[in-house]
Write a protein that binds this ligand. Structure first.
Ligand code: PDD
Length: 292
């Protein structure tokens, strides 16, 4: 079944710009057969790509980790991304970029040579929905982290995260915070997780194979440190989160969204907190200067 898409929507697949509803990859593509592909999601503001060099750095790292060769130069990739944004007339939205190992005879053994497939789509975001989440905050529920051991690589193997998000939504929450075997929060299904402790200390889990090195996480950490805010990268538990003053989530889709409830427990006052607001403000100011 093909998705219903607005008539003017354009996708880029393997060197061609085509109508979104007609775009596709071959059934033997390893992205489909094995989830053998990596991706990036980049926010678009005023038609420009936000935090692009960080996204491209992470993309190159993901590809290196699973040995997919870069199919085109960064300059060419940036050009195509800009073109996809322009052709879809996106002002404020997202661009998705997927690179699969390409189309090869199905074989568990990863082939030594390949010709990667490049896929790009872009769409507008509803600013009102994001503003609403910012002003009211969102709820999270905790669920076991059932993902693989290399969550630092941004692959399209998203089934475990997708199942967790679906479970969270069915329980009336916006996001699932995933919990490792030792009882610590790793991250959200599609966001990084943060708490603000009593003394105003901002905490997010340290980088390892257990979490995605979020671009927004990195930019927020640098910006908060530059503002002399108290930030620390360490593990925390759902109990720490329930006892925290504030909590929030970060991702390219919505930088610094306040979390006001975890597993039915109110966090702080149950309203978006001042430190989360300050983080969102600092991020908005710097992201204006970081667009490509
Ligand atoms: N998700 N952790 C996970 C598991 C993610 O999938 C994401 C991003 C993040 C935040 O990373 P960044 O700040 O670079 O967006 C953390 C994207 C938005 C997605 O899959 O739609």
């Amino acid at each position: 079944m093909k998705p219903r898409t607005p008539p003017g929507r354009i996708a880029y697949v393997d060197g061609r710009y085509s109508r979104h509803f007609e775009a596709g990859v071959h059934i033997e593509d390893r992205g489909l057969q094995f989830g053998d592909s990596v991706y990036e999601v980049c926010r678009v503001e005023y038609g420009a790509l936000c935090d692009l060099s960080e996204h491209l750095d992470r993309l190159e790292r993901s590809m290196r980790e699973i040995a997919i060769p870069m199919p085109m130069s960064r300059g060419a990739l940036t050009h195509v991304m800009g073109e996809v944004v322009r052709r879809n007339k996106v002002g404020y939205g997202l661009i998705y970029l997927q690179i699969t190992r390409g189309c090869l005879r199905r074989d568990f053994q990863i082939p030594a040579r390949c010709r990667p497939t490049v896929i790009m789509t872009a769409h507008e975001l509803d600013r009102a929905i994001i503003a609403q989440r910012r002003s009211v905050g969102v709820k999270v529920v905790t669920l076991p982290d059932e993902r693989w051991g290399r969550c630092d690589i941004k692959t399209t193997q998203l089934l475990a995260g997708s199942r967790a998000k679906t479970e969270a939504r069915s329980r009336g929450a916006f996001e699932a915070w995933l919990v490792d075997g030792e009882g610590f929060v790793t991250e959200g299904a599609s966001t990084n997780a943060w708490i603000v402790e009593g003394a105003g200390r901002i905490v997010t889990r340290n980088l390892s194979h257990a979490i995605l090195p979020g671009v927004t996480r990195r930019v927020v950490l640098e910006a908060a440190a530059a503002q002399k805010m108290d930030v620390i990268e360490r593990k925390f538990t759902p109990q720490d989160a329930a006892a925290a003053q504030e909590a929030f989530i970060t991702s390219a889709t919505g930088p610094a969204i306040p979390v006001v409830e975890i597993d039915g427990y109110r966090i702080g006052t149950g309203k978006p907190g001042a430190i989360t607001g300050k983080i969102a403000e600092i991020y908005a100011n710097i992201s204006i200067n970081r667009q490509t």
